[in-house]
Ligand binder design. Structure first.
Ligand SMILES: NC(=O)c1ccc[n+]([C@@H]2O[C@H](COP(=O)([O-])OP(=O)(O)OC[C@H]3O[C@@H](n4cnc5c(N)ncnc54)[C@H](OP(=O)(O)O)[C@@H]3O)[C@@H](O)[C@H]2O)c1
Length: 260
C-alpha cells in the first residue's frame, strides 16, 4: 500500500491541525515528499521539521485558501504535484438567518471554492503525465441536511458530488479522485465551529482519532476508490440514510440539536 506514495509529492491543505496534520505525518511515513498548506505558519514549520526527520522533503507554505490570489500563487510556486489532499475546511453552527455573512461566505470559499479551484489548477498536469491521486475530505453530513449546520452540511454534499463526478472524468487519464467522509473526529473542528454563536455545548460523542481517519482516507486514495466512509458505524449510518426521507431526518436532527 505504501509503495504508491513513495517518492511522490503531496500537497496537503489544512495541514496545521487535526486530520490534515495526521495525513501529512502518515504520508511522510509512506515516503511522500510534502507541501504543507494552512494559515498558521509556526505550526506548519514544526510539522515540516517532524516530517523531514522521517526522511522526506517537506515545505511549509502558509496561505489563506479563502483568497483566490493566494491559491493562484500557491499553484504557481509549487508547480506540479502527484497527490492533492483537499482537506482544509471548517464548520459554523447557527441558523442562517442570524449568521455573520462574512463567516458563511468564508466557509463556502474554503470548503467549496478553494477545493474546486486547487483541483482545477493541479489536475491538468497530473492528467498530462497519466498519474495523479486527489483526496477530497467531505463528511458524513454530506448525506444529511443538518439544520443549524446547514451551510456546512451543504458544502460537504457538494464535495461528495464533485469528487465522485471528477473521478469518472479523470480516471481514463490515470487520475483518481477519492472522497473521504469522516464522522465525528477528535480535532479542533468543534471549537472552530462553535465560534461565538449559539452552539451545542457537548463535544463529539464517540469521535474517531484523526490518525485513524487519515489512514482510512490514504488507504482508499492509494487503492483509487471513489469514496470511503470512515468507520463501520458511520458507514452503516450513511447506508441507512439512503432509505430515509430527507425532510424527516432534517427535522429529527433539528430536534436533537435544539436539545443539546
Ligand atoms: N472533525 C470532524 O468531526 C470532521 C468530520 C467530518 C469532516 N471533517 C472535515 O475534515 C477536514 C479537516 O478538519 P479537522 O477536523 O481536522 O479540523 P481542524 O483541526 O480545525 O483543522 C482544519 C484545518 O483547516 C485549515 N484551514 C481552515 N481555514 C483555512 C483557510 N482559510 N486557509 C487555509 N487553511 C485553512 C486549518 O488551518 P489554519 O487555521 O492554520 O488556517 C486547519 O489546518 C475539514 O474539511 C472538515 O470539514 C471533520
Amino acid at each position: 500500500m505504501a509503495e504508491i506514495f513513495r517518492g511522490r509529492t503531496a500537497l496537503v491543505t489544512g495541514a496545521s491541525a487535526g486530520i490534515g496534520a495526521a495525513m501529512a505525518r502518515d504520508l511522510a511515513r509512506r515516503g511522500a515528499d510534502l507541501v504543507l498548506v494552512a494559515r498558521r505558519a509556526e505550526r506548519l514549520e514544526a510539522l515540516a521539521a517532524e516530517c523531514r526527520a522521517l526522511g522526506v522533503r517537506a515545505e511549509p507554505v502558509p496561505a489563506d485558501l479563502a483568497d483566490p490570489a493566494a491559491r493562484e500563487a500557491l499553484a504557481a510556486r509549487i508547480g506540479t504535484v502527484d497527490l492533492l489532499v483537499n482537506n482544509a475546511g471548517f464548520g459554523a453552527y447557527g441558523a442562517l438567518d442570524g449568521t455573520d455573512w462574512a463567516r458563511a461566505e468564508r466557509l463556502l470559499a474554503v470548503n467549496v471554492v478553494a477545493l474546486t479551484h486547487l483541483t482545477r489548477l493541479l489536475t491538468p498536469a497530473m492528467a498530462a503525465r497519466g498519474f495523479g491521486r486527489v483526496l477530497h475530505v467531505a463528511s458524513v453530513v454530506g448525506f444529511l441536511p443538518v439544520p443549524l449546520f446547514a451551510t456546512y452540511a451543504a458544502s460537504k454534499a457538494y464535495v461528495v458530488s464533485l469528487g465522485i463526478a471528477l473521478d469518472a472524468e479523470l480516471a481514463p487519464r490515470g487520475v483518481r479522485v477519492t472522497v473521504l467522509c469522516p464522522g465525528a473526529t477528535a480535532t479542533e473542528f468543534f471549537d472552530v465551529a462553535r465560534g461565538e454563536g449559539d452552539a451545542p455545548s457537548a463535544g463529539p460523542v464517540g469521535a474517531m482519532s484523526a490518525e485513524a481517519v487519515a489512514r482510512i482516507g490514504l488507504d482508499a486514495m492509494a487503492r483509487g476508490r471513489p469514496m470511503v466512509v470512515a468507520g463501520g458505524t458511520n458507514a452503516a449510518m450513511v447506508f441507512a440514510l439512503r432509505f430515509a426521507p430527507r425532510a424527516l431526518t432534517a427535522r429529527l436532527a433539528m430536534r436533537t440539536l435544539r436539545r443539546r
